[in-house]
Design a protein around this ligand. Structure first.
Ligand code: OGA
Ligand code: NI
Length: 358
């Protein structure tokens, strides 16, 4: 149980207090520590969408198929979202974390007792790791979660009003990301020979959340993670970051971690678990994590597109036949979310639990 005191503690205040060691609850067990491996020369693909110009559609679709097969994550450029809007959301978000006092920020504190509530918080992913005697390890991260779609969930009064264009910017960004996510799911569906609306129809109306993450400088980056290893729960995540590296994805060819270098103006696409189920495992969700560094705070904005809690998700019927039977159990999305929050993500454990024996 969290107490009133820990409720008001944020990682940023710990970092600013000038500790030279991280508190024990942030120390990862040996097997999850980010031991620096040889800097890999591999990088995830950068795909030019040419503004979705039909002339380029065949080649774009082929690049997407390759990227989804190899990584489950890729950058897109010429995506149609104004670059000024990407800069604006980075600016308003960083201003909230960097320039508001802690008491002002805590006015927006989320209810840490419940999963995924809207607002300013510090713990979201909690693993109770059997190999670590059930001890919970905390992420070196603060976040602000915004509920943005459907519109019935969007209440900008719950969001900061400083800087003055904060609320307007988040609302515009939500709308633009919604459009981009739909266009990308259409290309991803087509890249599997499916009808363009196939994945979107399976997901149903998008439940969209925008999570801004703030990773303060950490005195012992080799012992901690900004965000523990996980795959995202929903259908598709669109992420932008500042110029500080820290995000890593698993390289499917050797299982090692590869840093996702920031690419200014590009949007990172991350396939999430429901897309793996809908595509019957043809495309796997991408396992990722964030590491910390001692020098500079890092800022990112992740936009999640999820099914409704009541939606039942199953492999697309067009991909199932006698030779290629369903590989995943059907799941009610709300049940999936609940298991994720009760057990913790621990890589892709929750999705693995739905895999049918062949
Ligand atoms: C997430 C996530 C990565 C990052 O919020 O699910 O993976 O770089 N974020 O902040
Ligand atoms: Ni994630």
């Amino acid at each position: 149980m969290e107490t009133a005191t820990t409720e008001s503690i944020r990682v940023q205040s710990l970092s600013q207090s000038g500790l030279s060691h991280v508190p024990p609850q942030f120390i990862q067990p040996l097997h999850t520590r980010p031991i620096p491996n040889n800097p890999s020369s591999t990088t995830i693909p950068i795909i030019d969408l040419f503004g979705f110009d039909p002339i380029h559609r065949n080649s774009t679709r082929d690049s997407i198929a390759r990227a989804c097969n190899e990584w489950g994550a890729f950058y897109v450029t010429n995506h149609g979202v104004p670059v000024t809007l990407l800069d604006d959301i980075r600016r308003v978000g960083s201003t909230f974390f960097n320039d508001c006092s802690m008491p002002v920020k805590l006015r927006y504190a989320c209810n840490s007792g419940a999963a995924a509530t809207e607002g300013y918080g510090s713990r979201m992913l909690v693993s109770s790791d059997e190999q670590n005697d059930g001890v919970q390890v905390l992420d070196w991260r603060d976040y602000f979660d915004h509920h943005t779609l459907p519109l019935s969930r969007r209440n900008p009064n719950n969001w900061p009003d400083f800087p003055s264009d904060y609320r307007k910017t988040v609302a515009n960004y939500s709308d633009e990301m919604n459009v981009l996510a739909k266009k990308l799911l259409a290309l991803i569906s087509e890249s599997l020979g499916l009808n363009p609306s196939c994945i979107e129809d399976s997901v149903g109306e998008f439940y969209q959340n925008i999570t801004m993450s703030y990773y303060p400088p950490c005195p012992e980056p080799e012992l901690t993670l900004g965000l523990q290893s996980h795959s995202d729960m929903g259908a598709i995540t669109l992420l932008i970051q500042d110029d500080v590296s820290g995000l890593q994805v698993v390289n499917n060819s050797d299982g090692g971690w590869v840093i996702v270098k920031p690419v200014s103006d590009a949007v990172l696409v991350i396939l999430a678990d429901q897309t793996e189920i809908i595509t019957n495992g043809k495309y796997r969700s991408c396992e990722h994590r964030a590491i910390t560094n001692p020098d500079r705070a890092r800022f990112s904005v992740a936009t999640f597109h999820d099914p409704a809690k009541t939606a039942k998700i199953s492999p697309a019927s067009d991909l199932i036949n006698e030779l290629s039977p369903a590989k995943y159990q059907d799941v009610v999305y709300g049940d999936y979310v609940l298991s994720w929050y009760t057990k913790g993500p621990e890589g892709k454990r929750n999705l693995d639990a739905l895999v049918l024996e062949s």
